[in-house]
Design a protein around this ligand. Sequence first.
Ligand code: GTP
Length: 374
Amino acid sequence: MSNSLLIMVSLAVASIGLITWQHSVRSDLIRARRRWLQASLLLAAGMLVEGYVEPGKGEMLRLALGSGMSNAGIALQLTIIARVTGLKPPNWLWLAVGLVSTLDKLLPYRPLMLMLESAEIPLLYLAAAWLYQRAERLVSRNRFSPTALLFLLGALLFVWRDASDFYLRLQTAIAPDSLDQLHQLALAFAAAAQVCGAVGFLNIVLQRQHNRLEDAANFDPLTGAGNRRALQYWLRTLEASVERVCVVMLDIDHFKSVNDRYGHPAGDAVLQVLAAVLRGGIRDNDMLIRYGGEEFCLLMPDADIEDGMLATERLLQAFRQLAPLPKQPELRCAFSAGVHEWHCRQQDFADAQQKADQALYLAKQSGRDQVRRL
Ligand SMILES: Nc1nc2c(ncn2[C@@H]2O[C@H](COP(=O)(O)OP(=O)(O)OP(=O)(O)O)[C@@H](O)[C@H]2O)c(=O)[nH]1
């Protein structure tokens, strides 16, 4: 293994670590930010030390240090990825990995120690494969992560290398020359895996950043409902995929008086409660949009007007029964709603939405707190 390759790889890992560190603030990974840079620098330093190992005096010490730092760096990266996926591994885990990786190189040859040394990288790589798969699935819904596959292959390669090593050393006590190629292949693979792992995490960070920006552009921050931009996107999807959609326009009754009486923050809380009731009471593929101030729109794909009326009645009943402000248990709110069936292939959405709006107006005119159709 040439030193220059390890040095180049360590520089690549350090620079990707720096880029990841820069982006992690914007992708809401502020706590992981410093850690990731530390992990990348530790890993890069370990590889640099290993890259300078030359046969002779101090060889084992440098190898031990290099391996300890590299493995601790990988383990630290894995603890960060684990946190991104919602797991909480203890902080000392990466230190323990580094310590064991350093110490086992310094101990005199013994089969047990050799076994321990052989288990380290396959275990780390298996954990990496699992975590990268989870993390990428979480942020980009990818069913399959190339980074995870790479680490899985790496784990197998190291098992193969270490098993041959172990078997031959048991017989001869000296590593035979035939193992050199296998060692070099494994080391080259490890170097590539480190760069791919670093890029894999950078990808996760950038994907999160992208998701956050997209959410900010498409969802109302107060209620989490889609906004009109999201509506336009959903309409295009619906027009291409379904025949009919039940459109519901609904508007909280006497909302101005809630604001006037309890204040604007209380009004905001009522809006949040209504959004939660609506979200909790609709099907997974129904869509909730905050259409205006206290006006919401529901799109129910493949539902006819009877289904839509029934579902909206149920939502109204649930909302009416709630005390949306815990500090004002006397307050009860309701909404008025208009329902219309939209035949996506024959009619513009604007026409259907206007009809649902007219039905809503009818509901308001007829005393509010009800669901109407034209
Ligand atoms: N707290 C809060 N109030 C909002 C928000 N957006 C709009 N509003 C308020 O919603 C109220 C809407 O009042 P109106 O259009 O008169 O409707 P209403 O009082 O509900 O009367 P009806 O619809 O006829 O039953 C206004 O007072 C707006 O200030 C918001 O994001 N937060």
